[in-house]
Design a protein around this ligand. Structure first.
Ligand SMILES: C[S@@+](CC[C@H](N)C(=O)[O-])C[C@H]1O[C@@H](n2cnc3c(N)ncnc32)[C@H](O)[C@@H]1O
Ligand SMILES: [Zn+2]
Length: 273
């Protein structure tokens, strides 16, 4: 049962008590209870998923892109820095492809894939027996116990930095992968895709400083050849899908360009500021 991968890690969204996992529900000591779906994921959302949650079609496109291997250099980079982590939470996990890769080299590791999209949770629930899939909104707080995990992985996904710091143990690490303006720039230029704000990285660093020390930075820029079909899937897997851009009809020569930042939580000094 894949939900068992989250044993001891989850917190009740109402009272923050530990969630015990049963085959058909997650339950805390105070009696709050949450359904386990037939497809094996736990739904902790207080209401229906938001209208902009990734759709089944977006998840299918993302699955094809990741399965093609074109993003492998980025996935391997994240996995390299997650090495040694036994309990990992991936936030905004989509298909949980990054998390799965992080677990691949660690036979005793397990992970929780958190995403606000039910379609994503359905895919993540099937990704790996060591991955528990949970539907939750990062902005409502993570349903994870204080100091419970060794690593938080956030690849191209929303960041609730205060919450990431809370759920990490003192020696844990936060791995944040963000795109640079050159990431898939040819595709963006020719197909009217949403751009990447140039100051995105700066904003991340400024916001993180309250909770984290920057421990390391790894930038990856590498050429990538996208078949017309795959380029269409890259468009369809992201928020651009909501704007109905025109898919390419020939291969696209492009670049992956993203930066991984490795953060360590700031440990408050006793009685200090
Ligand atoms: C660009 S995708 C990245 C998915 C995956 N990390 C990857 O790189 O393949 C962003 C993901 O964040 C999820 N997401 C968006 N808002 C969220 C929120 N408030 N809470 C949790 N997940 C969210 C989306 O459903 C989507 O799966
Ligand atoms: Zn509770």
């Amino acid at each position: 049962m894949t939900l068992g991968a989250a044993a001891g890690l989850l917190a009740c969204p109402h009272c923050a008590g530990e969630l015990q996992l049963e085959p058909s529900a997650g339950r805390c000591e105070r009696g709050h209870s949450f359904d386990v779906a037939r497809q094996g994921y736990l739904n902790l959302l207080a209401q229906a998923q938001p209208a902009n949650a990734d759709t089944p079609a977006m998840l299918a496109a993302r699955g094809r892109v990741l399965a093609s291997g074109v993003f492998d250099p980025l996935v391997s980079l994240v996995a390299q820095y997650a090495r040694g982590s036994r309990r990992i939470v991936e936030v905004g996990s989509g298909t949980a492809h990054y998390l799965r890769r992080c677990l691949a080299d660690e036979p005793h590791a397990r992970g929780v894939a958190l995403d606000v999209s039910v379609a994503a949770a359905k895919v993540a629930a099937r990704a790996d027996p060591r991955i528990a899939a949970v539907v939750a909104d990062v902005w409502a707080g993570l349903p994870v116990r204080d100091g419970a995990v060794d690593a938080v992985v956030c690849a191209f996904a929303p960041r609730n930095l205060a919450e990431f710091a809370r759920v990490l143990r003192g020696e844990g690490r936060l791995l944040v992968l963000t795109p640079n303006p050159g990431h898939l720039a040819a595709l963006r230029e020719h197909h009217g895709l949403l751009g990447i704000e140039p100051d995105k990285q700066q904003r991340l660093l400024a916001a993180a400083a309250e909770f984290f020390d920057l421990h390391g930075t790894a930038r990856l820029r590498t050429p990538v050849e996208l078949s017309a079909e795959l380029a269409g899937d890259v468009i369809a897997m992201g928020p651009n899908a909501f704007h109905q851009p025109t898919p390419p009809n020939e291969p696209v020569a492009d670049h992956l360009d993203a930066t991984l930042r490795i953060f360590r939580p700031i440990i408050p000094t006793a009685g200090g500021e």
